[in-house]
Design a protein around this ligand. Structure first.
Ligand code: FAD
Length: 459
């Protein structure tokens, strides 16, 4: 990057130490966990920004964006860089806008809404919320590292989603403040339905600077692991708990063998050849759950109280996309898919997949509530990677038998499966980033010639 820009950015911040140019540092802060996908690894290895800037407040972001807009410099916003799809990897160099230092929790309001800056780590927010009698409705298994802003812009759900749905459901995100990429950047507040313009847009249509996130009353949780002789029995029991509103739960995860064999640090919970279920269940219901599990021919291999994120073992560290991480550690030829089974025909769908692909696909089920309030078997199955063709064959097969796939092997918002069919994110990009400078290349339906022509939808 032209040293003139570096000097100008330093002078905007009035602080050289927050403008980082050392190649190793810039490289590290240009990466995320895209390498989970052999397809993305090929595409994204070597893509880096040219400079990292670390603003402390919205005023500094306005000044940075004004400067970059005038000089056509791309800007890629970064939270903690734990995304899986190369979301935070700059495709066209430019500025990496690292928001880790904007990490202030402004309030945990008495009505259970947290107001915070984007760089707040989800784990910190969870701890602070619990002190006030609340907790996060849902969080990714990367809770300790991931930022609130990155979760809104790149995540979808996780632990808690079995009870509260995904991040985009049930008014969990109450409001978002974003800064636009225009000649004179504006600070705009999106509330209610309008939050969907910004959610899961990968930072392509504004920089999120303030968040109003609805919480839920805190529960005293316990962890429990149950082993079953086979996956069918485990699935049946986990489904019966997940779909019954009477159980107060935060996590219901089911693993086919040999997935549990990858969990080296928690061998004590694993039984050779058995399918496992991991539960986070209200402590008041732990004994009742254990009894029900034993009555269903399950064996309790672990149970204990949950004391927050420092609990050892922390079962959530093996769920959601952490499962994939343990598999890759054990055998680098594993990758994954993100799928949704049909709750009415799920067993038939399992059968069809096994008949066609055998152990090339291993079932890892994450139950979650959908937007209609029905708990469905979501899944992050492990896939033994053979080739891109074979992976695409599996994706096509899933879709043909009614299993939805949010493809984690593509590097654009539209291909990942969380793009809105009403084009809300694209329309916002046309209004807020008409030159296409925010995380360029990640929203492939955006073309500069259409920008700024679209009026804001009336809501
Ligand atoms: P980043 O990776 O830094 O950014 C994600 C995207 O958001 C990027 O496009 C970035 O440009 C954009 N962005 C970041 N901050 C802002 C901002 N302030 N304004 C505008 N755009 C912004 N995800 C889940 O949803 N559920 C899971 O359970 C889950 N489990 C995971 C497990 C593992 C082991 C890994 C590696 C990933 C997992 N993920 C999961 C993905 C990821 O951890 C989460 O989505 C996380 O919330 C991303 O937060 P981050 O701060 O790291 O965001």
């Amino acid at each position: 990057m032209d040293p003139i820009h570096i000097a100008a950015l330093s002078s905007i911040l009035g602080d050289d130490s927050r403008v980082l140019t050392q190649p190793q540092v810039v490289q590290r802060l240009s990466r995320d966990f895209y390498w989970y996908s052999p397809v993305l690894k090929k595409q994204l290895d070597g893509k880096v920004g040219e400079v990292v800037v670390q603003p402390l407040n919205s005023g500094e972001i306005v000044d940075i964006l004004r400067y970059c807009h005038a000089r056509d410099l791309p800007v890629t916003t970064r939270g903690a860089g734990t995304g899986n799809y190369g979301q935070a990897v700059p495709l066209h160099g430019g500025v990496v806008l690292d928001l880790a230092r904007m990490d202030r929790i402004e309030a945990i309001q008495p009505n259970g809404v947290a107001v915070c800056e984007p760089g707040v780590r989800l784990g910190v927010l969870e701890s602070e919320a619990r002190k006030a009698g609340w907790e996060l409705r849902c969080y990714p298994s990367t809770i300790v590292k991931a930022s609130v802003g990155g979760f809104l812009a790149g995540g979808s759900g996780g632990v808690g989603s079995v009870a509260h749905g995904g991040l985009r459901d049930f008014g969990t995100v109450r409001a978002i403040e974003v800064i636009t990429m225009e000649a004179e950047p504006r600070i705009v507040r999106h509330e209610g339905e309008a939050v969907h313009d910004i959610l899961h847009a990968w930072g392509t249509n504004g920089v999120i600077t303030r968040i109003w996130l609805a919480l839920t009353p805190a529960v005293e949780w316990s962890q429990c692991v149950v082993a079953f002789d086979n996956f069918d029995a485990a699935f049946n029991f986990s489904e019966s708990v997940a779909t019954n509103e009477a159980w107060i739960k935060r996590l219901v995860t089911t693993f086919e063998w040999p997935i549990p064999s990858f969990f080296a640090p928690i061998k004590q919970c694993v039984r050779e050849g058995k399918a496992l279920i991991f539960f986070l269940i209200a402590s008041a219901q732990l004994m009742e759950l254990e009894t029900a599990a034993v009555n269903a021919n399950g064996a309790i291999t672990y149970s204990g109280s949950y004391q927050g994120l420092r609990t050892v073992p922390l079962l959530s560290d093996y769920t959601w996309n952490h499962t994939t991480l343990w598999a890759i550690k054990s055998d680098p030829s594993y990758t994954y898919l993100q799928t949704g089974f049909n709750p009415d025909t799920v067993r038939e769908q399992f059968l069809q997949l096994k008949q066609k692909f055998g152990n090339e696909i291993l079932f890892h089920i994450e139950f979650m509530k959908n937007a209609e309030g029905r708990v469905i078997p979501g899944a992050i199955p492990l896939v033994h990677y053979v080739s891109e063709e074979r992976l695409n064959e599996m994706i096509d097969f899933c879709r043909n038998i009614g299993v939805s796939v949010a493809n984690p092997h593509v590097n654009n918002v539209e291909g990942g499966g969380r793009y809105r069919s009403d084009n809300a994110q694209l329309l916002a990009k046309q209004r807020y980033d008409p030159k296409g400078l925010l995380n360029p290349g990640k929203m492939i339906t955006f073309h500069t010639e259409h920008a700024a022509l679209e009026p804001a939808p009336t809501r």
